[in-house]
Design a protein around this ligand. Structure first.
Ligand code: IPD
Length: 257
């Protein structure tokens, strides 16, 4: 099994590069947008890049795939992919978007690859093998900067906006700065590389976060139990952070009484 996981990890890195190159090329002719709901879009590129990823995985391994655009069902070994995470940034022409590919086997996230080609950043992590940014070891901040923590908050209409108001109020009340930059995968990848101190969202889907979770774990960070219950297929809340602020972020995200 270890050999087959290693082969899949190497394959995922090459695939994320190929998918990222296709997405970059398609960005030059964006075409019509599809509104999945009033603030959630898909482009032709989201569909074409996911189709490429599914085709390549099918040809090489025949494994199960769960993807943002075409769904899929859980399996003991399953790839979980977001062809373009940060689609709104992609549409607007800002570089903060990525291809996110994770491999889950026996309920464990084994590999995660996040390719942000417009930013020139490629993040890779394998369970027990460390986390890397462009080939150099990545490590969470451990608050070494000595300033107030900065946490990125993701948001979607899947949870009531009032809960996000409460979360922001609590974080600021506790001296924690917040950001919203539009890609859950890259928010977590930034945690893994010490560019923020954590990423939080009250509901996120597996394709947005699994690759980022293994990056954070392998970079010395903490992650909440996202795969509990139906997390793989229905999503869950997520916290990933440098270990020093687990209690503070957990308190800020607790359901209001
Ligand atoms: C979204 C982004 C966003 C997060 C949302 C996701 P998409 O994914 O990751 O930052 O807050 O929950 O749905 O639509 O850009 O792939």
């Amino acid at each position: 099994m270890t050999d087959t996981l290693a082969a899949r990890h190497d394959f995922a890195i090459a695939l994320a590069r190929e998918a990222g190159a296709l997405a970059l090329d398609l960005r030059r002719r964006l075409g019509a947008l599809e509104a999945k709901n009033p603030m959630d879009y898909a482009t032709k590129a989201d569909h074409d890049v996911e189709a490429l990823i599914r085709e390549r995985i099918g040809e090489r391994f025949g494994d199960a795939v769960i993807g943002e655009e075409d769904g899929g069902v859980a399996a003991d070994l399953v790839w979980v992919v977001d062809p373009i995470d940060g689609t709104v940034n992609y549409i607007h022409g800002t570089p903060r978007w990525c291809v996110s590919i994770a491999l889950v086997a026996g309920g464990e996230i084994e590999s995660g690859v996040i390719n942000a080609p417009d930013e020139g950043r490629l993040f890779t992590a394998r369970r027990g093998g460390g986390a890397f940014l462009n080939g150099a070891p990545a490590q969470v901040s451990n608050l070494r900067h000595g300033a107030s923590p900065v946490v990125e908050i993701g948001w979607s209409p899947r949870r009531p906006i009032e809960l996000y108001g409460t979360l922001i109020r609590r974080l600021i009340g506790d001296g924690i700065e917040f950001r919203r930059l539009g890609s859950g995968a890259l928010g977590a990848a930034d945690t893994a590389s010490g560019l923020n101190d954590g990423y939080v969202e009250l509901h996120i889907n597996a394709w947005d976060i699994l690759a980022g979770m293994i990056l954070v774990r392998e970079a010395g960070g903490w992650t909440s139990d996202f795969l509990a219950g139906d997390g793989l297929t229905k999503g869950n809340p997520i916290i990933v952070c440098t270990p020093e602020i687990v209690d503070r972020i957990s308190a800020a995200t607790a359901e209001p009484q």
